[in-house]
Design a protein around this ligand. Structure first.
Ligand code: CMC
Length: 435
């Protein structure tokens, strides 16, 4: 990579009587970074930053976030403009190749993705090994990992052509697998993709059509799903993306790496928050119980947190949350849902929290997950599918980041160090002599 500027400044680290100069690197925008790559060799010390609060784990040209200003850019383009004017596959192209496609490039890309929407027929038998009540995220982790067993011809990461085919395959097949995971849990037959439909309409049809009835996706709802996919497409070095990069750094095949990302996304502090946020709104139940829950969220002895609130990077309104809120109103309007008690609770909860000193001081604002659950529920998805939709959308971001890493000639295996606080060396005690 060559976007990073040569070190123009340096930082001085002084410990006791000794000092070391550390290079300071500047990106195109955003904070400078202190290059500590040679620190251990020079000082015999590591840095300590659990949770990576102050650590840049890589150089990247894909996504930029200014958390204080509430800005999110994909390849330099504001998320608002992409969500408003483009479609999801255009965003996929942008994230993967760095530029918006021309009309011919877009048509070619759409065609390539569309040609890979089916999954190997044997996969359906693989699905039948799961319990019907399995969480669809469990099914996704397993089935995406299993793609490496079905598509051997695109697992050689040293071959650019195979990397490209694997990337397209995953973007194309994720909606099919997600819909299969859903259909399986509700006991309905799998619906094959229909390639004359756009990406979002095809997904809705695979989820909600049944063989005995004609199905036509509502274009307003399909547009909403497409926009939700765009909003979730990438988010720089979050937990799941870092997982994908770390897994990929060992040379693991791309399907295995994306499966690792899905596993990480599942947690309630990450992609599982949309499911958790909706459950929380249901638990609150009515507007008059909001103060009770705000009080609990502020109580350090209570593990309860306001789900869909707060973010490691955004210390301002999450720009995706604003678009999601608008999309939520559009979807409810299209479906003629005039009164959604959960939306009423969400709006009031947001209003109260944004005025509360606790949330104001800590800069805790609604994140994307605050309104996505209400929207997805209105679209007909059960809560267990929310994180699955996130995974469908984030696949392109994971792949783009994985591809960027693999194509970096300086790439090495990721291997963090630790501050060891365990027992010092001691001798083995035979079991009969242990107390
Ligand atoms: N409710 C109540 N207090 C909170 C919340 C919350 N949702 N989030 C943070 N805080 C408090 C926290 O207790 C701490 O207070 P204090 O300084 O007094 O100890 C302070 O705010 C800083 O929190 P933190 O835990 O150090 O922040 P973090 O950057 O480690 O965590 C987070 C970020 C997103 C995990 C956290 O805000 C959270 O758990 N939010 C709820 C879950 C959620 O909505 N996650 C979705 C994130 S967006 C989608 C995605 O990227 O996957």
């Amino acid at each position: 990579m060559d976007a990073i500027s040569k070190a123009s400044k340096s930082a001085t680290l002084t410990i006791g009587n000794e000092s070391w100069d550390l290079p300071v690197m500047a990106g195109t925008i955003g904070p400078d970074v202190i290059d500590i790559g040679k620190l251990y060799g020079q000082t015999g010390m590591f840095t300590y930053d659990p949770g990576f609060t102050s650590t840049a784990s890589c150089e990247s040209q894909i996504t930029y976030i200014d958390g204080d200003a509430g800005v999110l850019l994909y390849r330099g383009y504001p998320i608002e403009q992409l969500a408003e004017n483009g479609d999801f596959l255009e965003t996929c192209y942008l994230l993967l190749y760095g530029e918006l496609p021309t009309a011919a490039q877009k048509a070619d890309f759409d065609f390539r993705v569309t040609r890979h929407t089916m999954v190997h027929e044997q996969m359906s038998r693989f699905f039948h090994g799961f319990r019907r009540d399995a969480h669809p995220m469990a099914v996704m982790v397993a089935s995406v990992g299993a793609l490496s067993a079905f598509y051997h011809d695109s697992t050689d990461i040293s071959d650019p052509q195979q990397r490209m085919i694997a990337s397209i395959r995953m973007i194309a097949k994720m909606p099919t697998l997600a819909a299969m995971a859903y259909k399986y849990t509700i006991g309905q037959p799998f619906v094959y993709p229909q390639n004359d439909l756009d990406y979002a309409s095809n997904f809705l049809r695979m989820c909600f059509s049944v063989p005995c009835e004609t199905y036509k996706a509502n274009p307003v709802l399909a547009r909403a799903i497409d926009r939700i996919f765009t909003l979730h497409a990438d988010h720089e070095q979050n937990a799941s993306t870092s997982t994908v990069r770390l897994a990929g750094s060992s040379g693991a095949n791309p399907f295995a790496c994306i499966a690792a990302g899905i596993a990480c996304l599942w947690g309630p502090a990450h992609g599982g928050a949309n499911e958790a946020a909706l459950k929380m709104l249901g638990e609150i139940g009515s507007v008059d119980r909001i103060p009770e829950f705000i009080k609990r969220a502020k109580d350090k002895n209570d593990p309860f947190r306001l789900m869909g609130f707060g973010h490691r990077v955004y210390k301002n309104y999450d720009p995706r949350a604003k678009i999601m809120q608008k999309t939520c109103h559009e979807v409810l309007g299209e479906l003629g849902i005039k009164d959604d008690p959960l939306l009423d609770i969400a709006v009031e909860l947001e209003r109260i929290a944004l005025q509360d000193e606790y949330f104001v001081d800590r800069k805790l604002y609604p994140n994307i997950d605050f309104y996505s659950g209400i929207t997805l529920r209105a679209l007909g998805f059960p809560t267990s599918m929310f994180t699955v939709l996130f995974a469908v959308a984030r696949t392109v971001g994971w792949i783009g980041q994985w591809k960027e890493m693999i194509e970096d000639p300086g790439q090495r295996i990721g291997r963090p160090r630790q501050l060891y606080t365990g027992a010092t060396e001691r001798d083995y005690v035979p079991i009969a002599r242990r107390k």
